[in-house]
Ligand binder design. Sequence first.
Ligand code: GLC
Length: 727
Amino acid sequence: MNKSFSVVLALFFLAQLVSAQSMSNQEMEKKIDEILNQLTLREKVDLCHAQSKFSTAGVARLGIPEIWMSDGPHGVRGEINWNDWGYAGWTNDSITAFPALTALAASFNPELSYEYGFALGEEARYREKDILLGPGVNIYRTPYNGRNFEYMGEDPYLASIMVVPYIKGVQKNGVAACVKHYALNNQEHDRHVIDVKADDRTLHEIYLPAFKAAVQQGGVWSLMGAYNQYNGQFATHNKVLMNDILKGDWNFDGVVVSDWGSTHSTMEAALNGLDIEMGTFTNGLTFSMNFPYHDYNLANPFYEKIKSGEIPESVVNDKARRILRLMLRTNMNPNRPLGRMNNQEHSDVARKVATEGIVLLKNENNFFPLKETKGLTIAVIGENATKPMTIGGGSSELKAKYEISPLAGIQNRFADATILHAMGYSSGPSAYGRVIESPLNQDSLFQNAVETAAKADIVLFVGGLNKNFQQDCEGGDRISYDLPFNQNKLLKAVLEVNSSVGVVLVSGNAVAMPWLKDVNAVMQAWYLGSEAGNAIADVISGDVNPSGKLPFSFPININDNAAHSFGEESYPGVNKTQEYKEGILVGYRWFDTKKIKPQFSFGFGLSYTTFAYSNMQTDKKAYGKDDEVKVSFTLTNTGNVAGAEIAQLYVSDPKSSVMRPVKELKGFDKVMLQPGESKEVSITVPVSSFAYYAVDSKSWVVEPGDFILQVNSSATDNQLKKKIKVN
Ligand code: GLC
C-alpha cells in the first residue's frame, strides 16, 4: 500500500473514531424515554431474553436492531448455529487469536491492555457483534480451575488495573465488553450448582475488586452473571450481588446478561437484577434441550406475571431501559467505527502481548537466549510444540486465521540450526466433558523422543498442559497438579541422554516441577494465540528480552495452596456446597502468612539483564487518610542488554485490630532501561487503598498508625522498604 493512501486510510479511521462520540447522557436518556413509550409490553419482555444461541430480538416494526453477542476474551469466536452449539461453517469468521488473559496479566502493562482491547474490539465490530463476552476476571484460587487461563491471576489489584484499559479499548469500537463471571466462579467442578460460602470481607477484598473496577473505572456496558450460587442464591439473580452491590452501591447502569443456562427462576431473575436471559435449557457448552425461547424465565412466564400484576411493569421498564442504553452505545450509535480484522496491526499487538507476557522462571548457565546456533542441532521435544492451542478450552476457543506453533516459530527463527522434533507423547483430541485417548503408541513416541534428544546439542522441551478436558478447559477442573501425559517421566529420560535442556511450558495454570533442579531453564509461555511461535522464538533468541512476571503463585505441592489446605469442603466442595475457608488469604497472601515457600512467587520473572533498586523516598513521613503517598526510588539496569523491570509496591499494616495479610500489592510500574541506565521511578498510591473491609460497618477502614511500604521485584523479593505514619 503506498504511503499517501495509508495516510488517507489512517485519517479515515481517525475521523471514524472522532465522530464516534456517543450522544450525551441526557440526550440518551431522552431518546430511551421516547422509544420506551412506543414499546408494547410483549416487545419490552422480548428484549430480555434470547431469540437464538447468541442474539436477542429487536423491535422490527420500529427498526430497533437485534443484539448480537459473541465470545470471547481472547478473540471473536467462530459463528455458531442459530439454535445449537454447532459451528455454522461460515467462511468469513476466521480471526486473529490474541494471547490468553493470563499472558496479558503477566505483562503488567496497562497501556498494552488498552491496545489488546482495542484490537479485539475492532475485530468484534467488524464481525458485527454488539457484545463481546469477555473479559473474565475471576480470581485464581486453585491451580485446578479449568478456566484460570482465561483470567488475570490471584491478585485483585493486578486484575483491577489490567481489566480497565481492556474494557475501554473494546468499547472504543462501539462494542460492549461483558465482564464475567460475576461472582465467585473460581472453579469448573459442579459450576452450574455449587453453592459458594464466602464471608463478606473475603468477597469485598478479594473477589469483587476487579468487577468493581470494571464498572466504576472501566465503565463496562455489560456484565455476566455466574453459574454458581452464592450463600444459597444463584449468582445470576442474587439479590446481594446484583441489587445491593452492583446496581446499588456501584451504580452500574449497564446490562446484566446471564451465563448460558445460569437462570433458574422468573421471580428472582425479574426482581434481582437480571436484564437479559441467555442459553437457558443448555449447559453453556455442548447440549441444548429443545424448549422454545418463549419458555425462558424472562419470556412468557415474565410476561404473564406482569400482566397479572404480580410483577410491576416498572421492573421490565428498567430492564428495557438498560438494554436500550446499551443499544444506543452500540448498534444504535450511528457514529460507531466500522471495525477491522486480520491486519498487521492486530498481529503485532498479539505478538507484543505474547512476548511481554512470557515469564522466564529459571535460566542457569545463560541457557537462554540461544546464541551462535549456526550448525547446532536443536531437538524440540513435546506435543505442545505443534498442538494447536486456539481450539478447545471451551467457549474461548477460536477459529484462528493462522496460528504459528512453537516448532514453526523456532524453525523460522533458527534457520541456521538443524531442528529435530519429536512429539514424545500424544494427548488425544480435545473434546468437552470427556477424555478421548490418543490412538498413537505412547511407548514408541517416548522412545523416539529420547533417541532424538540424544542426537541433539540442546533440547527445548515444549510441554505443559493443553485445552483438553481436565486440563485448561471449561466445564471441568484438573485432576492432578502434575504435568499430564507422562511428561515428567519423559523429561527425566531426556535428561539422562542430554543435560542441556530448556523447558517451555505452554499452559494456563501452575504445575508441579519435580525436574526443576535438573533443567537449565524454564520459560512460562502461556497460550499465546496466532503469534505464539513467533513470540516464543523472539524470547528464546533474545530478540526480545523477557519482562513478564507471574500473575499467580506456583506452589511446590498442591497442598501448599490455600484452597487445598482445608479439605474437600473448601475444594472442590461437598454435596454441591463449598466454603472459602482461607478467607482473604489467597495466593501470596497465604504463602506470606503461613510462611510457605512457593516454587515461584507471584510477581516473579527473570530478565536477560539485571536490575538494582536504590534510594527509596516518600514525599512525606506522615499522611492523612485522604492523602496520596508518592513513593520514589532509583532503578538501574546493571546488565548489558536493554530490558524492562516490573517494580511492585506492597503495603503492610503491622499493627491492626483485624487479621490482615502480611502485605498486599497496591502499585506497580514497568520501566524500560538501556544497559547501565538509571531512572527515577515514582509510584503514587492513595492512603485509602490501605484499607480493609470492615464487615460490621460495611465500609472500608484505614486504621491510623504505621504502615510499611515495600518496593519488591516479586512477592518474595523485597528490595527497598520504608515506614510511614497515617494519622
Ligand atoms: C459459557 C461460558 C461463558 C460463555 C457463554 C457463552 O458456558 O461460561 O463464559 O461466554 O457460555 O458461550
